[in-house]
Design a protein around this ligand. Structure first.
Ligand code: CA
Length: 155
């Protein structure tokens, strides 16, 4: 099952860059250009992770993160914050907004994907570690199973 990743970013080129990279990595990207729209999306369906830009028009990323954390329905959704400058980064880390990770722009999409996988692996390993199949042999590390043509092999 592909993890649903909500991206909240007002710069469309960055939003699209992240979305394309997430899609290529096997995730299902959901796009939001501002925090208000992101709130509506979350109300409809909880994402598996939120990538959240700090500088947003209207409600900023830090305030949005606090709202997500203070709501009992959404408080456990992992958040990776994107910040533009190192000063903002420092300021943000000083604030207790409950983000799971931080990335400073400009960042490499590869690193972002790696961070997303690390956060998801910690929170929901079943979303990241898909069974590996080669020539009829399947290794499912979540269920600790090895199968040969769908028959479980005892190890
Ligand atoms: Ca921004």
């Amino acid at each position: 099952m592909a993890a649903n990743i909500l991206i909240v970013e007002d710069e469309e080129s960055i939003l699209e860059l992240i979305a394309i990279n997430l899609h290529q990595a096997g995730f299902n990207p959901i796009r939001a250009l501002n925090a208000e729209y992101a709130e509506n999306i979350i109300r409809e369906a909880l994402p598996d992770l939120i990538i959240l830009d700090w500088m947003l028009p209207g409600m900023n990323g830090a305030d949005f993160a606090k709202r997500v954390r203070s709501n009992s329905n959404t408080k456990s959704v992992p958040i990776i914050m994107l910040t533009a400058k190192s000063e903002e980064d420092d300021k943000l880390k000083g604030l207790d907004i409950g983000a799971d990770d931080y990335m400073t722009k400009p960042f490499s999409p590869k690193e972002l994907i790696a961070r997303i996988k690390a956060v998801l692996r910690r929170k929901m390993p079943e979303l990241v570690d898909e069974p590996i199949s080669i020539n009829g042999l399947t290794l499912d590390s979540n269920k600790h199973l090895l199968k040969n043509n769908n028959k479980t092999i005892s190890i």
